[in-house]
Ligand binder design. Structure first.
Ligand SMILES: *Cc1c(COP(=O)(O)O)cnc(C)c1O
Length: 231
């Protein structure tokens, strides 16, 4: 819930990250806060930037491009975290630093082909359907090794790690279960592809951030607790 200003909320989220890291003996800078700014106006991103926030995550391409246009004066690291149709890859390849939702080789190939030569490779995470939900995008864990091996071959992508959005869990269920599973999948990939810079676990949102950090998250994606509830 949003209680204070964006700057105050950023402060308290950052404090929660530091506390969670200390609790599980991780370095306090081991976790990057990604501010999820979907549906928020450019002015909100500007306020967060003024408070020190640098990484922003967007879900809807058209909306993101408009905000980027309005914020060209800011040195923002842009992450695309929404589903990506294969006919929209060029905009992501051109205008983003990171993409968290690769789950098909076709999309990855297009992104690599379309990444402008003047830019460094696009950082990508493979999205895993960690709870095997019919409705959710993401590669099945069984298909992950083959997809990762193929993506690792693409010259203009850097395969950085894995991302997941677990199914909602009830009060008495352990939120860490799917996160630990994702961490184990990353460890297996690190053994499979030792040459790749596989250092990223993008997991944890406003409601399960601490459980994700305890399980090894390196990027937490936080919207509501920074910007307030979405309509
Ligand atoms: C909206 C969204 C978030 C942020 O969720 P909150 O619960 O508002 O913190 C994180 N990740 C993805 C992929 C999202 O779409």
């Amino acid at each position: 819930m949003r209680k204070g200003s964006i700057a105050e909320n950023l402060n308290s989220v950052t404090e929660r990250i530091v506390t969670a890291c200390r609790f599980c003996d991780r370095k306090t800078d081991a976790v990057t806060l990604l501010a999820v700014s979907k549906t928020r106006p450019a002015a909100d991103l500007r306020a967060a930037f003024a408070a020190g926030q640098r990484h922003f995550g967007e879900n809807y391409l058209q909306e993101a491009l408009e905000k980027q246009e309005a914020l060209t004066d800011l040195d923002i690291v842009w992450h695309f975290i929404g589903p990506l149709q294969s006919n929209k890859t060029r905009d992501v390849a051109t205008h983003f630093h990171w993409l968290h939702t690769v789950d098909r080789l076709k999309v990855a190939r297009r992104l690599s082909e379309q990444r402008p030569g003047a830019l460094p490779p696009l950082n990508v995470c493979l999205q895993v359907n960690i709870d095997g939900e019919d409705s959710k995008s993401g590669v099945a864990p069984e298909a992950l090794p083959a997809l990762a091996a193929a993506v690792a071959e693409l010259p203009n992508l850097r395969l950085r790690g894995l991302m997941a959005i677990p199914a909602p869990r009830g009060e008495n269920e352990d939120q860490r279960v799917p996160f630990r599973r994702l961490a184990a999948l990353l460890e297996a990939l690190q053994r499979q592809l030792p040459e790749q810079p596989l250092d990223t676990l993008s997991m944890g949102m406003s409601g399960d951030m601490e459980a994700a950090i305890f399980s090894g998250a390196t990027i937490v994606r936080i919207g509501t607790d920074i910007f307030g509830a979405r309509k």
